[in-house]
Write a protein that binds this ligand. Sequence first.
Ligand code: FES
Length: 65
Amino acid sequence: MCEDILVCECKNVCLKEIINAIQNGAKSIEDIQNSTNAGTICKMCISKEYDVYGERAVHIKELLK
Ligand code: FES
């Protein structure tokens, strides 16, 4: 269970884990996928383009900017 925001529902990955991955050098969606497994199933947490119904509060692509 997340103390902050659940970014990836499929893989149960929280915002803090994504931020940690970025701080540890992840620079791309693929880096995040490799280090956290987030964004490897339905992909809705990756970007608004995949999340056509706006179901995810945060997208990995926005965090990488
Ligand atoms: S919500 Fe992240 S892959 Fe489905």
